[in-house]
Design a protein around this ligand. Structure first.
Ligand SMILES: NC(=O)c1ccc[n+]([C@@H]2O[C@H](COP(=O)([O-])OP(=O)(O)OC[C@H]3O[C@@H](n4cnc5c(N)ncnc54)[C@H](O)[C@@H]3O)[C@@H](O)[C@H]2O)c1
Length: 248
């Protein structure tokens, strides 16, 4: 069955890989990102693969932008059946006492406030539309922080909490939320973080997430699609998708 799917952070990495896997089944997909060039490329690739796709530029931490991407998706497709709340960022690796307020705000504004805004406006629509499923891209950092990445870890713990709260608030309203928590993926998110990388930081990070076998975005995308298709039974929980690197 064709679904109407809204995906944030879909210009690159896991978001794009998930769009392209979904496209094989010909869904309607709204690709949201602030990166126009790569976002448009995702849309072109999705169309080639068989989807009906459109690009909507947005900064997910800006409430008006979020209202706009939700409205544009509904305008194009009529409804939103699945919301993949995936946009996220990291900033340069550091110890907790080394963060300044701007860095703290950048991470929290995108990873927590942005995810919350998405949920707020999509759920308002899903309540009118009879339900839907939300998948949040959490992280193994929401279970076990890696070293030198403390505020990112805090943000992903918050997203885990948001997933649980959606489970509590809406399970009787046919609205479901699942978190999926990858560990280490071969994408560009850590490029920003790596500018402060040193041998000492590398050792500390690797010691916290052995054996450091990175997953591909395509492998993790399969788990995202499983979550999208099984919201009712999984709602409120987060799937540990760390390839055996993090055991709960
Ligand atoms: N790569 C990993 O090791 C890893 C592990 C666990 C979780 N994650 C999570 O996976 C998700 C996807 O990241 P990725 O690994 O594919 O990296 P990525 O950098 O390739 O993708 C992140 C996407 O989010 C977009 N984005 C960032 N801030 C935005 C904003 N304010 N508004 C709109 N779009 C914005 C970026 O432009 C990019 O397209 C993130 O939530 C990340 O925290 C990644």
């Amino acid at each position: 069955m064709t679904k109407n799917i809204l995906i944030t952070g879909a210009a690159t990495g896991l978001g794009r890989a998930t769009v392209l896997k979904l496209a094989e089944n010909g869904h309607n997909i709204a690709v949201v990102d602030f990166n126009v060039e790569e976002g448009e490329k995702t849309v072109a690739l999705a169309k080639e693969a068989g989807a009906n796709a459109l690009f909507i530029q947005a900064d997910v931490s800006n409430e008006e932008n979020v209202q706009n991407y939700v409205a544009k998706t509904i305008e194009a497709f009529g409804t939103i059946d699945v919301f993949f709340n995936n946009a996220g960022l990291m900033i340069p690796f550091r110890l907790l006492h080394e963060y300044d307020e701007n860095e703290y705000d950048r991470i929290m504004n995108v990873n927590v406030k942005g995810a919350f805004f998405g949920v707020k406006y999509v759920i308002s629509h899903m309540l009118e539309n009879g339900g839907g499923t939300i998948v949040n891209t959490v992280s193994s950092n929401s279970f076990k922080p890696t070293a030198y990445n403390g505020v990112y870890s805090m943000s992903k713990h918050a997203l885990n909490g948001l997933t649980k709260s959606i489970g509590q608030d809406y399970h009787d309203k046919n609205i479901f939320a699942v978190g999926v928590a990858p560990n280490n993926m071969l994408t560009s998110i850590s490029k920003n973080a790596a500018v402060t990388y040193t041998e000492e930081i590398g050792k500390a990070i690797h010691a916290t997430t052995p054996p450091n076998i990175a997953a591909t975005a395509e492998e993790v995308a399969e788990a995202m699609i499983f979550a999208m298709n099984n919201g009712k039974m999984l709602t409120g929980s987060t799937i540990n998708c760390a390839g055996g690197q993090i055991l709960l």
